[in-house]
Design a protein around this ligand. Structure first.
Ligand code: HEM
Ligand SMILES: CC(C)=CCC/C(C)=C/CC/C(C)=C/COP(=O)(O)OP(=O)(O)O
Length: 299
């Protein structure tokens, strides 16, 4: 009886460890952006429910596998950083072999779902995104250049394009605007965090911008990218993809983001950087929700 209870306890913990490995919170927003891409791709009406379901599952599975591979490759680095040392691999909750098998099974199922139940284009683009994050960003860029997250951000910006491809079988210029929004958003999102985690990154030997170029240059970069993001976020309105409701949301959310970035530049504190990072997530979630609301409630 006791062994049984212990066994059960252990397997629940292991299940939880696999779940943690997929970086579920980051990937929830990734998948949210992909789903919104599916809806925006259909000018009048709704995407096919079976496609939405299969594409959501497939993209989520491949994104989870990408996160698990990242944890696998970076277990040594993760062990050296306060923020990441509680992850399953550094804690020894799972072995390298288990994580490799899990990732291959999850990623393989996701790609199969996309190929068989969605379309080959979505499968191909999702595979490219996976390679972009797990190999190009994690292995090639992250350890070598402070521009790592700017270039690697192209992977994180793909979800709406994947959603678009899933719903229509093609990629349009409108989808690329959504890509550009996330692409411009990633530097302030990440560098706000890197500013208050600089010691962690320095200890891990990673060349993040505040480590290589200092805090002041990073704060200026956050401000500049937030201004670029503001401009880019107006493009869906400028091209008449979205209407006034979206414009109002983009201006209000963007003004607040610039407010954070400005304050961070002139009067830095770690708690403010932490709030800016938190706000970046609220910003992107609300902006994409506004794109969707605007699509169906044309004001
Ligand atoms: C190269 C691109 C990116 C980098 C380097 C990056 C980096 C990070 C880091 C280091 C964290 C901290 C997690 C923690 O507190 O332990 C984080 C959190 C987060 N990121 Fe990103 N990110 C990137 C792209 C994205 C994208 C594209 C999205 C979504 C569309 C996203 C959504 C989130 C969310 C929702 C969180 C909060 C997770 C939580 O509350 O635990 N990130 N990101
Ligand atoms: C197939 C598909 C849609 C893939 C999505 C790719 C993906 C998961 C992008 C998100 C980017 C991300 C989690 C960055 C974390 O940075 P990091 O790895 O430097 O953070 P860490 O220090 O917390 O490990």
């Amino acid at each position: 009886m006791r062994t049984l209870a212990l066994g059960h306890h252990l397997s629940a913990r292991r299940l939880h460890a696999y779940y943690v490995l997929t970086k579920p919170r980051v990937n929830t927003l990734i998948v949210f952006c992909a789903v919104i891409g599916m809806f925006l791709a259909i000018p009048d009406g709704l995407p096919a429910p079976a496609t939405v379901l299969a594409a959501t599952l497939g993209i989520a599975a491949v994104a989870g596998a990408a996160a698990a591979i990242n944890c696998l490759i970076e277990q040594g680095i993760d062990a050296r950083m306060a923020r990441t040392r509680g992850r399953p691999l550094p804690r020894g909750e799972l072995t390298t072999g288990e994580v490799a098998t899990f990732s291959a099974a999850l990623g393989g199922s996701g790609l199969a779902i996309l190929y068989l139940l969605v379309n080959p284009l979505t499968m191909g683009l999702t595979l490219a995104t996976f390679v972009g994050y797990a190999v190009v960003y994690t292995m090639l860029l992250k350890p070598h250049t402070p521009q790592n997250i700017v270039i690697g951000g192209a992977s994180g910006a793909m979800p709406p394009v994947l959603g678009w491809a899933a719903a229509t079988g093609e990629v349009s210029a409108d989808a690329l605007l959504l890509f550009l929004i996330i692409f411009a958003w990633t530097p302030p999102h990440f560098w706000a965090l890197a500013l208050y985690r600089t010691a962690d990154y320095a200890r891990a030997g990673l060349p993040m911008l505040p480590v290589t170029h200092g805090a002041e240059f990073t704060r200026l970069s956050v401000l500049l990218y937030t201004l670029i993001l503001f401009g880019v976020s107006l493009l869906p309105f400028a091209t008449r993809m979205s209407g006034w409701l979206y414009l109002a949301a983009a201006v209000l959310l963007g003004a607040r983001f610039i407010g954070f970035a400005w304050k961070l530049y002139v009067d830095y504190s770690d708690p403010l950087a932490r709030r800016t990072f938190r706000y970046s997530i609220v910003y992107l979630s609300a902006l994409f929700a506004a794109l969707l609301a605007d699509h169906y409630l044309p004001i």
